[in-house]
Design a protein around this ligand. Structure first.
Ligand code: SF4
Ligand code: SF4
Length: 134
């Protein structure tokens, strides 16, 4: 769909079928519950890459043609112009996310472990602080 080096001809316009938005890294049960709400909607996923969290909305651009070309190629948005086939979803190996949540249940399981560990570390810090004060 972009500077096609041949790879796009084999692809089905994957990069035009979703968009990702950075979201705040969750720290509290409330934060996780907000993200759970995203995941209750159809066509949403959440992934973590380099410790940054993203909402992935699977919704095809209205300008993607059935042959996977772009109906507004000459005036396509900057984000499309800057996207390089050499580092795209299909050709890059950089899409090996640390976490990828496809459902609210998956996120809840991760949140339980994360919050348990956070509480454990907080208790440990508290014990050490009290021991130093004695
Ligand atoms: S995902 Fe990559 S190969 Fe597929 S259309 Fe987009 S740029 Fe081309
Ligand atoms: S504007 Fe064109 S290149 Fe950009 S996402 Fe839509 S179909 Fe793809």
């Amino acid at each position: 769909m972009f500077k096609d080096n041949g790879d796009c001809k084999k692809c089905r316009g994957l990069c035009c079928r979703y968009f990702g938005l950075p979201i705040d890294t969750p720290e509290t049960p409330g934060d996780f519950d907000d993200i759970r709400w995203y995941l209750l909607h159809k066509g949403t996923e959440v992934y973590v890459s380099d410790d940054d969290w993203y909402l992935n909305v699977k919704n095809t651009c209205k300008h993607l043609r059935p042959d996977y070309s772009c109906t507004i190629y000459e005036t396509r948005p900057r984000i499309c112009r800057q996207y390089a086939t050499t580092k795209c979803d299909i050709t890059s190996d950089e899409y090996d996310h640390e976490h990828h949540f496809y459902s609210a249940e998956q996120l809840e399981e991760y949140a339980r472990g994360f919050l348990r560990e956070k509480r454990r570390l907080a208790q440990l810090r508290g014990k050490r602080r009290r021991a130093r004060q004695r």
